[in-house]
Ligand binder design. Structure first.
Ligand code: FAD
Length: 531
């Protein structure tokens, strides 16, 4: 009897996890080995750090994910824990800046806030869990609509997406009413003011257990299931190279970071889902270098502000009793600041951006107690407009074989610029943000554009295309052009200009890629049996 096929997955974030799940559920004899460079943070692999109640434990989990800026590595660079290197943008908890400023740091002066996470569950252990679906020109034009709807439904199931999270919050409903009065008339049907879909499991007390890669892995990490017996997750194991010959991948070279031992793991299929910078870097380091690799970098730019809700306007819509209920509910889960999430999605032609509105009891920064809106009884909203970046070959990451980074990979230099097209849409979004703020209350933080890279949603660097014309890295099923059995996953595949949080879309693309790969593996097994 021949040995069962082995699939190697590089990276344990939501996308690698989606590949592992769909492949194992589609093929009863397949084995999946997943390699993750970072440590496992939680007892259940890949769980969201946001669910950790103890603040010290939460902080420790975040620090463990911060690669070169955490623990011993950070100390070896002479950077004391907690210090911010001069000129450096602080990364969000659980992530580290690629351009962290020490030896072996990437060069990202034009994209300074670019960050990543290195841990089981990837950035998916730290994410905000907003899961809108792409709309209009954000969608991939060469995937048929009917199939796309099915892929999105499957991605929503894998991520435990809730379409109407916090819908019973009276303040959340009040915010929607005020935004609808301001903008509703110009928005197309189905794309008006609504709740923002989020990934998680609502609890009976009104709080949320946020989803991480753990929910995507599902049965793979439940003891005793048939899938768990065919799945292995190895943390602190760095994939150094993809082994290949004549377009056929034969395995991966890995280094155990606990022992520093290296070995080669044979594979029938390799899936690289190691984020939008480290995936193309691994391909480059392995000598797989399609012309578009690393190019066409996009994100969505973010214009944000914080507003104190207007008591008079809110009182018209929310009774004192409802406010008291809301505050009591909030007090039960003080560790999680988000109490209601609303949005206005992207639509064409008049609303080429997406608005996200998070209601919280306190602003995300210390407000001077003497400020006239400090301690606002009605709370605050943090609002952000996502503005698209139109893909250009000029924007991207270059890899330098002559300069190694802190992991010993060809170092990265990011080249990126906003053009008039983006600057015009940013100006329009800022105007909209002023109107939204005016409709809801008073600004306690004025609208401002965050530095490039702040969205944490990096797309395009391994974009998929319909044909192999040099402007894409992968085919419509995410297989790298010119290879038989190398598949790439993640936001890097997204070829369009987007304003929304991309994880749901990338999981949908992963479902498509995994279904096709499972079909191909079983076809080649059948052919082997015949010959
Ligand atoms: P990742 O989750 O980045 O995982 C990649 C993994 O690969 C990492 O763990 C890394 O260590 C590992 N790896 C890299 N190189 C190697 C190697 N050579 N060998 C082995 N392992 C390797 N998205 C949304 O859609 N909605 C949101 O609300 C949202 N909020 C966010 C908030 C924060 C604070 C952060 C940090 C991110 C947020 N995101 C959000 C982005 C979201 O988390 C990512 O889109 C998602 O995690 C991407 O999944 P992935 O599996 O492709 O990559």
């Amino acid at each position: 009897m021949s040995t069962p096929p082995t699939v190697v997955v590089v990276g344990s974030g939501p996308i690698g996890s989606a590949y592992a799940r769909v492949l194992l559920e589609s093929s009863p004899d397949l084995r999946v080995v997943m390699f993750e460079a970072g440590p496992q943070l939680t007892e259940r692999p890949g769980a969201s750090v946001r669910n950790i109640v103890d603040p010290a434990e939460k902080e420790r989990a975040r620090e463990m994910s911060q690669g070169p800026q955490s623990g011993a590595y950070r100390e070896s660079l002479g950077i004391p824990a907690g210090a911010v290197v001069e000129g450096m943008f602080t990364a969000r908890g659980g992530t580290f800046l690629l351009d962290f400023g020490g030896e072996g740091s990437a060069h990202a002066a034009t994209f300074p806030a670019v960050a990543a996470a290195t841990n089981v569950g990837g950035q998916g252990a730290h994410w905000t869990c907003a899961t809108p679906a792409p709309a209009f020109s954000e969608k991939v034009p060469f995937i048929p609509d009917e199939e796309w709807d099915d892929l999105i439904s499957e991605a929503e199931r894998l991520l435990h997406v809730q379409g109407a999270a916090f819908a019973d919050s009276a303040i959340g409903a009040g915010i929607r009413t005020l935004l609808d009065r301001e903008f509703g008339a110009r928005l197309p049907a189905g794309y008006g003011v609504g709740t923002l879909p989020v990934a998680g499991d609502p609890q009976p007390d009104g709080t949320m257990v946020w989803a991480g890669a753990d929910v995507v892995l599902g049965p793979l990490i439940e003891p005793g299931t048939p899938e768990s017996e065919r799945f292995e997750l190895r943390d602190l194991t760095l994939v150094r190279r993809i082994e290949h010959e004549n377009g056929v991948v034969t395995g991966v070279a890995v280094e155990g970071l606990r022992t520093r031992e290296t070995s080669v793991i044979p594979a029938d299929l390799v899936v690289v889902a190691a984020d939008a910078f480290r995936s193309p870097q691994l391909l480059w380091a392995s000598g797989i270098r399609p012309a578009a690799l690393g190019r066409y970098l996009t994100e969505h730019h973010v214009v944000i502000s914080t507003v104190a809700l207007d008591g008079e306007r809110m009182r018209e819509l929310v009774s004192d009793e409802e406010l008291a209920d809301e505050l009591a509910r909030r007090a039960q889960n003080a560790a999680d600041p988000v109490a209601a999430v609303n949005r206005i999605p992207f639509s064409e032609p008049d609303h080429p951006f997406s608005l996200q509105v998070m209601y919280a009891e306190n602003p995300p920064f210390a407000l001077d107690p003497a400020h006239p809106h400090a301690g606002n009884r009605w709370g605050y909203v943090n609002m952000g407009y996502g503005v698209r970046k139109h893909p250009r070959v000029e924007d991207g990451v270059r890899f330098d074989d002559g300069e190694l980074d802190y992991r010993g990979f060809p170092n990265m230099t990011i080249e990126y610029a906003l053009t008039d097209v983006e600057n015009d849409e940013i100006a329009l979004a800022t105007e909209h943000l002023r109107r939204a703020g005016g409709a809801l209350g008073t600004f306690v933080a004025e609208p401002r554009l965050l530095p490039n890279g702040s969205s944490l949603h990096y797309m395009g660097t391994m974009r998929m295309g319909e044909t192999d014309d040099g402007t894409s890295v992968a085919d419509p099923y995410s297989r790298v052009w010119g290879t038989e059995n190398l598949v790439v996953g993640g936001n890097a595949l997204i070829p369009t200009a987007n304003t929304m949080n991309p994880t749901l879309m990338s999981v949908a693309l992963a479902v498509r890629g995994a279904r096709k790969a499972a079909e191909q593996l079983s076809a080649s097994r059948a052919a082997e049996r015949v010959s």
